[in-house]
Write a protein that binds this ligand. Structure first.
Ligand code: SF4
Length: 491
């Protein structure tokens, strides 16, 4: 769509709104020819008063809408108010051209419950937070209620954190095969078996130097999350080495949870589960994504629903405090009936954590490159409409949520659990409540200044081979992490 901005340069806001409201449209700057699709977004300021207006032409129809607001506070606040006005006028005009309002209104980001969490932290009630989302960001009542609920959980988790508390992430970028919906930089084991041993060596080194740095800075690790990829692709001995390196390098006394993604049932063995249990793992995540064999085949998984049942039975024998199961709504070959059967099957295990994702169409995934057929957004809506009440009836509550780009029907991913079974790491990272120190290839370290929106990031190299060959990159990131805390808490 052709875009013209007048009186401002809020390109990011306009582009995100465009892609959120008209999926598939790409921004092209310049005036539209008569009858061509395009948008003109204008800001006019008079003293402390701002009028933002959007005129959008699409499919031969043209709609204009204004959004007026007062500007106040320091420059940083005014920039935010300007951005909001630009996004709001674009949203209001686009709404007239859409078949139905998007569930998350004008919110385009990954963390739509963050405004609610901040509102609750500032002393607002859940009802006030919900109203604010509906009125300020045009979020639908059902999604605003959801965000107020998860935002309240985030506010509670924030109260339990001290300024020097952090979380740790360990990434294992290997999987047995590549799922059709995945664009993650994971290497399938057949292709990368030879990389696993040197990868674990380099990872253990990184964890040890990271532990020393964290001790020097007087930081406290509250949660460890080992994800990927599929961590249980490692052998039992390799898993033991990585978890032992963590236990030896960090003061584990304050770390109340250790989660390991045992995502693919075909990688779960009694020996590996025994290692996880012995290393103090409190939560494992067995991720079927679906319990329908034909859907499992369509997404390129090398196992059946029976293998998932076997993995769940085996996992139950080790008595982990919490077990999570992930499902995805909207997978190729799935239907609302199939999804409901999958969810019912997960609930039948009595698992205390269920994460319901909505399919996100990722560049480079086989769904896009091979043009696999996926259920339409209305079918995905039906799946999610079933999931919420079924999970609540089983005693679960939504405790964190996030969105990704290009999600089917513009919905969301929601972590559900029974009260008291929340994975704190998920809340910390999604609500950006504390720093996350990441180890491993593809790791993204976040440095969060407590109680503010100030966040810095440092990225490890993406690929396992490069990771083992260039330790200077992740060691440099650890120095950045240390410098961040030295500035925050000068000696
Ligand atoms: S298990 Fe996860 S990371 Fe691995 S290929 Fe499948 S979606 Fe990607």
């Amino acid at each position: 769509m052709k875009l013209v901005l007048r009186g401002h340069d809020e390109r990011y806001t306009v582009e995100q709104s465009l892609m959120n409201l008209f999926p598939g449209e790409l921004p092209v700057y310049g005036p539209a020819a008569p009858g061509e699709d395009g948008a003109v977004v204008t800001c006019r300021e008079a003293g402390d008063f701002l009028t933002a207006s959007a005129e959008i032409t699409r499919g031969g129809r043209t709609v204009s809408r204004n959004y007026e607001t007062a500007l106040s506070g320091p420059d940083f606040d005014r920039e935010g108010q300007r951005r909001h006005a630009v996004g709001a006028c674009f949203y209001l005009a686009a709404l007239e051209l859409l078949d139905a309002p998007p569930p998350w209104g004008m919110l385009t980001g990954v963390r739509p419950d963050k405004p609610a969490a901040w509102a609750v932290m500032a002393g607002k009630t859940a009802e006030e937070a919900q109203r604010m989302l509906e009125q300020t960001y045009f979020v639908s009542p059902s999604r605003a209620a959801l965000a107020a609920e998860t935002g309240g959980t985030a506010a509670e988790a924030a109260r339990g954190l001290e300024p020097r508390d952090i979380a740790v992430y360990i990434g294992i970028p290997f999987c047995p095969t590549r799922c059709a919906y995945c664009s993650f930089v994971s290497q399938s084991v057949e292709k990368s078996f030879s990389l696993m041993a040197p990868y674990v060596d380099a990872l253990v080194d990184e964890i040890r130097t990271g532990g020393e740095m964290v001790r020097r800075q007087g930081l406290r690790v509250r949660a460890l999350y080992m994800g990927g990829g599929t961590p249980t692709t490692l052998t039992a001995e390799q898993l033991n080495r990585v978890l032992a390196a963590f236990a030896e390098s960090f003061d584990a006394a304050a770390c109340s949870e250790i989660t390991v993604e045992a995502g693919r049932p075909d990688t779960i063995t009694a020996e590996k589960l025994a290692v996880l249990k012995a290393c103090g793992v409190t939560r494992v995540s067995v991720n079927p994504q679906t319990m329908e064999d034909r859907v499992l085949r369509a997404i390129g998984r090398n196992h059946t629903a029976r293998d998932i049942a076997r993995a769940m039975d085996l996992t139950a024998q080790y008595g982990f405090s919490h077990v999570n199961m992930d499902l995805i709504a909207g997978l190729p070959e799935d239907s609302p009936e199939g999804f409901c059967r999958s969810l019912d099957a997960c609930l039948a295990y009595g698992t205390d954590n269920v994460t319901v994702h909505t399919l996100a169409l990722k560049k480079g995934s086989r769904i896009l490159t091979e043009g696999l057929t996926i259920p339409p957004p209305e079918a995905v809506a039906e799946m999610l409409d079933y999931a919420g009440p079924a999970l609540r009836a089983a005693g679960h509550r939504p405790y964190y949520l996030y969105r990704q780009k290009y999600m089917s029907g513009s919905f969301e991913n929601i972590g559900w659990c029974r009260p008291g079974a929340e994975c704190l790491y998920n809340i910390y990272i999604m609500s950006e409540l504390c720093s996350v120190l990441s180890f491993g290839a593809g790791g993204s370290t976040k440095m969060v200044e407590p109680g503010t929106n100030h966040i810095e990031r440092a990225f490890n190299v993406k690929y396992p081979k490069e990771y083992t060959e260039r330790p200077e990159k992740h060691l440099g990131n650890q120095r950045l992490f240390a410098a961040f805390y030295e500035k925050l808490f000068p000696a």
